[in-house]
Structures are given as C-alpha cells and as structure tokens.
Design a protein around this ligand. Structure first.
Ligand SMILES: Cc1ncc(COP(=O)(O)O)c(C=O)c1O
Length: 449
C-alpha cells in the first residue's frame, strides 16, 4: 500500500467509478469524493483523509459498539492469525469457534442452545429461513413454505432476506426474483398515535393481529415462519408497541409457526440486554445475529436455535449431513477469536450495564429536539434513537442528504436514510459525547430549517 501511495490517487479513482460503492449514491460521491475517505479510526472517532475527526454516531453500521482499534481485539486477531488462521469448516472445526458457540448460547435466552455460524446478517437470515423450511419438512409438515415478514423490515440483501424485507427501493428492482409465498405484516409505526414516544409506544399492539388475518387467509398449515426485527433498525428505530411482540409469540405458538427474531442490530447489548428477546421478555424460536458479535472487525453472523429445532435435524442415517448448508467461512477462527475478545471486553467493562446507564442520557438529549421546526418525529430505546425530518416539498430525501453532508462538516458521521437519521452510538461513548452529538445535530437542523 505504502509503495503505491505515491502513484495512487484515491479521490481520482473514486471519481473514475472503478470502485462501485454499495448502498451509495455513487454519482454524487464521484462528483465530490473529498471528505468521504476515511483513513484511520480510534475509539468512537473516524479520521478522514482531509484531516477531520468524525464522531461515529451509528457505531459503523451498528457494528462497532466497542469503538475502533480496541487493543484487546487487535491482540486477539494477531495471536489467532499466528496460531490458526483458517480451519476447514466442514467435517472439521477448532476450539476457538466451538467455545464461541458455547459462550453465545450461554448469553441467549434459555432453551436456545445451538449456534450455526455464517458471515453476515444477510447470510444469517437466509440460513434461518432455510432452517425453518427444513424443520417443518423433517416433521412431515413440508407444506409449510410461506414466510411472513413485515413492512419496513430489513433482513439483508440475499434473495430470502430481500423477499421477507419490507423496504420498497430494495425490492422494486428485483421484483421478479422474490421468494414464492411471502407475505407481510403491516409495520407498527403510526405517528398520529405515537409521535415523540420515549421507549415503547403504548399504541399499536393490535397490529399483531395482522398475523391472525394472514393465517386465516393462507391457513397455518402453509406458513413456516414469521421473521421480525424486535426493533426495526434500518428504517429508523421503530420500537415495538407494548404487548406487540408478546402477541406475535402467542399467535405463532398457537399455529405452530416458528418465530425468528432478527437481532443483527439488537444482539449483543444494543438494548441494554444481551438480546432484545431478553429486553422484551419474549422468546423466539431462532435468533439471527451478526455485526456487534465481532465489533465489525471480522465479518461474522449466525443463528441461535432452540433444542427442539436442533433435535429435529439430528435424525436420519448417522453418517448423513443433516443440514446441507454452510459457508466456507462459517465460524472462521479469526472472527471467532475476535468474538471472544468482544465478549471479554463487554464483561470486563460492564458495557451492557453502561448501555442501560446511557439510555436515559440519549433519551433526554434527543427529545430536546421534540417539536422543533422541521422535526416530524423522534423515537428511542436502549442506546439507539431516530429523528424523522419533515420532507422538503417535492424533494423527499433532500433534507436527509443535506443533514448528512453538513454532519461531515461539523464532525459527525450521520446515518441518514431518506429524511430519517438514526443513531446507535458506541457503548464506550461518554454522556458528554452523546449530548454533544445531539447538540451538533440540533444546530444543523436549525441551520437547515
Ligand atoms: C436486522 C438486519 N438484518 C440483516 C442485516 C444484513 O446484514 P449484512 O449487511 O451483514 O448482510 C441487517 C443490516 O443492517 C440488519 O439490520
């Protein structure tokens, strides 16, 4: 890299379009790449090529709650690379990965004791959907093929996750390739009833009855699973109404439908508990995870399943592969070693308790923006929050883009999707950093109004 630095012009190469950036307005970045290039990061800050520090308001993409360049992680990665850098994932394994599965199972709700590793949230979701199909088939209920997702849900970009997802722009272009038999619950967000809620809204539990309607429409005997994010993260922190997840659980149990919680964002402490399942005291049949499990340092994801699901697969000839699924990098030792370092740091530094103590700080700070000009709604739970801006007439998304670009000039890396800005700051943030983050956003919003 260094010997090429003299000849390599990163901005020019971006401008050329050689690097096709994911989920990015490529032409806008190509027109002005300055300020978009991050060269290093430490703690809760990124450092850009042009010399600015940016506070990491979303912990990367919800994945770096311990901040950057964590010494314990760096050391674990180095040691593991020197000891066992890769291990064939099929028919063989290694102690680091096996022990991580055990530690993750210990953190999960009782009865979810089996971990299948993948490498991303998208892979974890597709894995969970396949487990659901396999589970029913093995129980002679192979007619259960339908998956139920939810409007505004995000479950990654695989064909399965895209199909159960409910974000319109992510679906439109690929409409011909949706999984067969997928249906969606309505989302639970209705500002008329819950604008500026703190924590769980009290209105909206009855939206869970959508599932009964879909059961009546399709018949339970055709439905394999329901997948929801306990808190819908990517579309702007939509917090479940009081009683909603409990009701979904009841309906699923009654009809023999598996309930999957997609905890790719909420897993590993974001809501002040190991998993959202524990925060809301609702036990799903499967939990998907990714992101924070390795602090974003080496990709890893996975699915935690109940004993009943696991045991259902452990049948047939003893030498047969029970689940014809897996990835070359499932349970990668480098990712697993980093996973241990993350869990060690969470324990040693009581980071989940810290999230609980920071929750009211973020809540108080963010709700100082309630009712300000240009602000349509604010929501929060755990160490996460979102602000909806009033869209500019005839230019939806323009205010979000302006906020994002102003954020870069004011020391914040903001996550704006459309006219919504979501926050998921690192667990290591100080109360003052959270207040400063909101203070800067307030100033930018006032300037833009
Ligand atoms: C709930 C949820 N599921 C799945 C994914 C997809 O994860 P990945 O981008 O690692 O594939 C995300 C990503 O944000 C997510 O928030």
């Amino acid at each position: 890299m260094n010997d090429r630095a003299n000849t390599f012009d990163c901005q020019q190469t971006i401008a050329n379009g050689t690097y096709w950036m994911p989920f990015t307005a490529n032409r806008r970045v190509r027109a002005n790449p300055a300020g978009r290039i991050i060269t290093s990061a430490a703690g809760p800050y990124y450092h850009t090529q042009d010399g600015h520090a940016l506070f990491d308001t979303l912990s990367g993409l919800w994945c770096t709650p311990l901040g950057h360049a964590h010494p314990g992680i760096v050391e674990a990665l180095k040691q593991q690379a020197e000891t066992l850098d890769y291990c064939t994932a099929f028919q063989m394994t290694n102690p680091v990965t096996v022990r991580l599965a055990e530690r993750i199972a210990n953190l999960a709700p009782d009865g979810l004791n089996h971990v299948f590793f993948a490498n991303s949230g998208s892979e974890s979701v597709d894995t969970a959907l396949k487990i659901a199909l396999g589970y029913h088939r093995l129980r002679d209920a192979g007619g259960r093929f339908r998956m139920i997702g939810r409007e505004r849900g995000y479950h990654g970009v695989g064909f399965g996750g895209m199909s159960v997802g409910g974000i319109v722009p992510n679906r439109r272009m690929f409409a011909t390739a949706m999984l067969n038999g997928v249906d969606h619950l309505r989302h639970t967000h209705d500002p008329a009833h819950m604008a500026f809620s703190k924590g769980q809204p009290t209105w909206g539990m009855e939206r869970a009855e959508d599932l009964e309607r879909l059961v009546a429409l399709h018949d339970a005997s055709t439905i394999a699973a329901v997948i929801v994010e306990p808190v819908q993260g990517s579309t702007g922190v939509l917090v479940p109404p009081v009683g909603y997840l409990e009701r979904l659980r009841q309906i699923c149990t009654r009809h023999g439908i598996l309930l999957i919680f997609d905890e790719v964002i909420t897993g590993f402490g974001r809501l002040g508990e190991n998993f959202a399942a524990q925060r809301f005291n609702v036990k799903p049949d499967m939990i998907t995870f990714a992101k924070a499990v390795t602090n974003g340092v080496v990709p890893m994801g996975g699915v935690i399943v109940t004993d009943a699901i696991y045991e259902t697969f452990m049948t047939g000839p003893e030498n047969a592969i029970e689940f014809a699924h897996g990835y070359t990098y499932s349970g990668h030792p480098l990712a697993a070693a980093v996973g241990h370092a993350v869990l060690d740091a969470m324990e040693q530094d009581s980071l989940i308790a810290r999230v609980r103590s920071l929750e009211p700080v973020l809540e108080d700070a963010i709700h100082t923006l309630d009712g300000r000009p240009g602000v349509a709604d604010i929501r929060n739970i755990g160490l996460t929050a979102a602000i909806d801006l009033v869209p500019a007439p005839d230019a939806p998304g323009a205010r979000g883009t302006a906020l994002f670009e102003q954020g870069l000039k004011h020391g914040l890396l903001l996550r704006c999707t459309g006219d919504t800005v979501s926050f998921g700051p690192p667990f290591i943030s100080t109360p003052q950093q959270l207040r400063d983050m909101v203070g800067t956003v307030r100033q930018i919003i006032d300037d833009l109004a």
